[in-house]
Design a binder for this molecule. Structure first.
Ligand SMILES: Cc1ncc(COP(=O)(O)O)c(C=O)c1O
Length: 462
């Protein structure tokens, strides 16, 4: 895509990296410090205690590793397993596919369970494998909690139930990169042995920290695991934890202060309120997608993700074009479809430090861009665009709980529901020419839409 300068703020709605809040940006705007001074170990001690809360663990041991989600995967695998170990792993989209690829390249014997993209991990197959494995040859189950490529959330409690039912000792390794700190995640309750995330997702930090948490069982496994590891060796960390200096190598001072600020914001809001906010924004986004007449890539409601929605476009549209136009016209960043769903879906990220105003504006822009830019068909008199609204009276300052998002459907010049005090929506339909990439069949009944969202009187994106 050709780059051309676009004025105004970039509306970042990819499912990671996400927007960084001002408080975190300010906290990171500082000089380097000597990480062997008394200040950094004291800060690190607090951070290690605090990150346990986002995993919902008391007994886990956290590691803050200068890496990304991919490095966190490697840390989880190489510290707990030996080459040739049999592991069961699920492929349901691009990120679980990449993790499986890493598992194979590290020399494990990977028993891959595949699902169609848009479906969750097949736990019936898992159950039959676990039931048959009376010799306990399966050493680990690896699962991505939230598949960022398709917007599918797997049910981790059910995985634990299966392992418990057959008293199977396999380690339970979970990629929580696009779930932890946004979706309900309970390390101790679900008996997760290694959980991991990356700083650029729901924590709303820059990329660069892999945050891994290991159960006592995983720490015990690391003592005999034979995989080669150097940079990711937990032993080095544990040695420095014991000494009270914490760092086997140089940490990013700025990221540590950023993490402190990010966690402070999360705890100030309350982790459960953060999760409830993601539920609300996820629901709202899905309502908007439905109102646009588009389908969610996720095949069943129980798998819907509250951090990312993969929107399926009609077959005559290339979803990359939606993303391209969003970027070009509105300085709006949406996620591309990846691998098997390339060209078929675009992704809306709704995770991290995000409130209803940017989320609403962003989604409305997408409605507009989807319709205007890419020729989504809409019949006269029916919906033509929509915006998401949280009525002002339901929006107390002190709590985000129990708020129901509404989709206000805009049709012609008429708003079918009274707009709320904070939000106003206007619709304008005008005829347009057939967009490139649309087949002849869409000509004629095709109408273009112009949706404007005004927030407290000022228009966003025209
Ligand atoms: C679920 C999931 N796992 C792992 C990764 C890889 O993380 P990274 O790109 O930080 O290495 C991603 C990246 O988006 C992801 O979404």
């Amino acid at each position: 895509m050709d780059y051309t300068y676009a004025p105004g703020r970039n509306h970042l709605f990819v499912p990671g990296p996400v927007n960084i809040p001002e408080q975190v940006l300010r906290a990171m705007n500082r000089n380097n410090e000597d990480y062997r001074s008394p200040a950094i170990p004291a800060l690190t001690k607090t951070l290690l205690e605090d990150v346990k809360k986002i995993f919902k663990t008391i007994s886990g041991t956290p590691f803050l590793i200068p890496t990304t989600g991919t490095g966190a995967w490697e840390s989880a695998l190489t510290n707990t397993l030996s080459p040739g170990d049999r592991i069961v792993s699920f492929v349901i989209g691009q990120f679980s596919l990449l993790w499986v690829d890493q598992q194979k390249r590290l020399g494990f014997d990977v028993d891959v369970v595949e699902s169609d993209w848009g479906r969750a991990a097949d736990l019936d197959v898992l159950e039959s494998k676990i039931a048959a494995d009376t010799a306990h040859t399966i050493k680990a189950i690896c699962i991505v909690h939230n598949e960022t490529a398709t917007g599918v959330t797997n049910n981790l409690a059910s995985v634990r139930k299966i392992l418990d039912e057959y008293q199977h000792p396999a380690l339970f390794l979970v990629d929580g990169v696009s779930s932890i700190c946004a979706l309900d995640f309970r390390m101790d309750e679900w008996g997760v042995d290694v959980a991991l995330t990356g700083s650029q997702k729901a924590l709303s930090l820059p990329t660069g920290l892999g945050i891994v948490c290991a159960s006592p069982k995983a720490i015990a496994a690391s003592e005999s695991a034979k995989s080669v590891r150097v940079f990711f060796d937990w032993k080095d960390y544990l040695k420095f934890y014991k000494m009270g200096t914490y760092w086997p190598y140089t940490p990013s001072i700025q990221l540590l202060y950023g993490l402190k600020a990010a966690l402070d914001l999360i705890f100030e809001e309350g982790l459960d309120n953060v999760i409830a906010r993601h539920t609300r924004l996820g629901t709202a986004t899905r309502l908007a997608v439905e109102a646009w007449g588009l389908k969610n890539c996720t095949q069943k409601e129980e798998w819907f993700s509250d951090t990312v929605t993969a929107v399926v476009v009609p077959s005559y549209i290339d979803s990359s074009e939606v993303v391209r136009r969003g970027w070009k016209r509105y300085n709006l960043s949406l996620g591309l479809g990846l691998n098997k769903v390339a060209g078929k879906v675009f992704r809306i990220g709704h995770l991290g430090n995000l409130n209803d105003v940017p989320a609403t504006a962003g989604v409305s822009c997408r409605g507009r861009d989807g319709a205007e830019g890419c020729g989504l068909p809409c019949e006269a008199g029916k919906w033509s665009g929509c915006c998401l609204c949280i009525p002002a009276e339901q929006h107390p300052n002190d709590s985000f709980k129990d708020l129901n998002p509404h989709v206000y459907v805009v049709s012609g010049e008429r708003v079918t529901q009274e707009p709320s005090i904070v939000w106003r929506a206007q619709g304008r339909i005008h005829e347009g020419s057939r967009p490139q990439g649309c087949d002849e069949g869409t000509k004629g009944h095709h109408r273009l839409v112009d949706v404007t969202v005004a927030v407290s009187g000022s228009n966003l994106n025209r």
